[in-house]
Design a protein around this ligand. Sequence first.
Ligand code: T3D
Length: 260
Amino acid sequence: MDFQTIRWDEADGVVTLTLNRPETLNAFNNTMLEELAGAVERVARSRDARVLVLTGAGRGFASGQDLKAYQESGSPDLGEHLHRYYDPLFERLWGLEKPTIAAVNGVAAGAGMSLAMACDFRVAADTARFMQAFVRIGLIPDSGSTYLLPRLVGYARALELAMLGDLIDAQTALAWGLVNKVVPAERLAEETAALARRLAEGPPKALGLIKRAIRRGAQQSFRDALEYEAWLQAAAVATEDHREGIAAFLEKRAPRFRGR
Ligand code: T3D
């Protein structure tokens, strides 16, 4: 596929998008934001793609907005810029009804940290670092950080990270609930691939509905959650994968989920 700023790799139902501007620690310019948004849309439409992995080339995961490009563009209307270039990516990623994994290979700063947080899983190399860089340049957290950060780390730590803008290391991120797992840097690809493979072998429809239900559940009353679960369950129960799961259990074998 023809991209300038990212790489697309696909194997066994797993699409890996690699942010590929290593000289800037993978800072977002407009081209990269558009290419990522387009690629996520392509993953959404693909029957073969069951899992999306995001990672960075070189020693960074993503360093947020490209500040050089930003400076060179004069004084852009930031609200307009966010709506035009950031929202399509973050909304598509958040709304993708397929499992997403951020393989955080290095520093994730500003909107780069938002990108990692907008994924369902974060596997961090022990060399990863996280920074809500916005305050350091007199901005507030954007690209979903105000929504995602308190939900992941809680109110007090969200304010601490957002107001101080300190870098935290991978172990602190793990202790604070920001990442699911920390692995030695040299094992990041392998550990991510194992998780991706496991998710790719799962029942796609149920995984998508689980994502939808958990997200809605976090903001509903208990009564409303019961209603919504029952409604989504009707869709899950109608799948071939559901029947396959039951048959596999009864026949004492591993299920083969085909996404039907
Ligand atoms: O536009 C809008 O709509 C607003 C949206 C805003 C969203 C945002 O993301 S705002 C936040 C933007 N990001 C930052 O403020 C982070 C800036 N970077 C840093 O603070 C540091 O680079 C890091 C803490 C991330 C990493 O530090 P370190 O010491 O490991 O690396 P370094 O030496 O600072 O960076 C290495 C190179 O990457 C360097 O280039 P050079 O000197 O080797 O040619 C550096 O300039 C470049 N780089 C790093 N981050 C960015 C960048 N270039 C452009 N934009 C960056 N964000």
